[in-house]
Design a protein around this ligand. Sequence first.
Ligand code: PLP
Length: 387
Amino acid sequence: MNFDEKVIRRNTNCYKWDVQDDPDLIPMWIADMDFRTAEPIVEALQRRVSHGVFGYTKVPKEYFEAVCQWFENQHGWHIEPKEIIYTIGVVPAISAIIKAVTMPGEKVLMTTPVYNCFFSSIRNNGCQVAASTLKADKNGRYSIDFEDFEAQCQDPKTRVFLLCNPHNPTSRVWTKDELTRMAQICKENDVFIISDEIHCEIMMPGFQYTPFGTLDESVTGNYAVCTSPSKAFNIAGLQNANIICHCPKTRRKIDRAININEVCDVNPFGVIALMTAYTDPRCKEWLDNLNNYIYHNYLAAKEIISQKIPSATITPQEGTYLMWVNFHNLINNAHNAEHAMIQDAKVWINAGTLYGDDGEHCMRINLATQRERVVEGVERVCEYLAK
Ligand SMILES: Cc1ncc(COP(=O)(O)O)c(C=O)c1O
């Protein structure tokens, strides 16, 4: 595995690289990676392609076993195969769960800034967005304002808390204590929890992902967890995700919503890729190396920003490959800055406002590319801002 290999993604119908037609642009925006996936996954897909027949797919029992085995062995989370509902993505999963557990007009709470599609999933289901703003300390580390969080849960209209664990875009890997407190408050107020754990495999040294499903049963109310190997193994285009729900009654409702939304048929490639990613030990080894590479990308980016823009606050990277930086008064309109940098600096990073950040100074930088590109991209950002 060579994460330094500059894979050419332009002209492959690639969202990240082909949306802007500028050969000099370095795209560090949408959350996918510029790395080839683990070789065993490529080989398994090649074998499947050579069969040449791509009809409707039956998801085999080995698929469910692979999910259970992975989470048990890697994360100490025991799942029963019957608790898993597969679907075509985490966003469709979230949307179906919201449909299953809310009535139109009810509120879905999030801790903002947060992944932008959460907002649309809530609204598309006729619900209202409720936001509890995360608080950053002087080092840029975010935490939950539990007083506000509890007050919002006590609102009788709040039906669901949509948790992002680990958190995009602040990279927080919520601790067991934090998750326990969130769970207790939600249970006390009969608020259903949807935990989106799509980023759970990308961990910086010293941090550990706590699956929501491993919390003590005495603190959790009703909940469902969404997972996918897509972020970790760079297979988002294969469209495959899972919902894990212990409560049989809720599971039936979610299953029904998945069917009503017609997102119940997965493709043969996603199934093969997931089974290989979760069962071939070489994929785990690839993932460990990936995590190490991303950590060093973070260190390289941090070094450049802190030298060239000492006033910037760089949020400490705990998980994910998404870096969050507050440039303070060097950026006063994040949306405009995103567009100006695309034109003038030839680098594309995301405005924090996209994630409901209520300041105008934060930007999200995707670090999942070759080190040379990270260095060049971040230098371009700094040079643009230093002007
Ligand atoms: C927190 C989070 N959830 C879900 C998704 C998208 O999931 P999917 O492509 O499986 O719908 C993303 C993609 O960036 C994400 O960051």
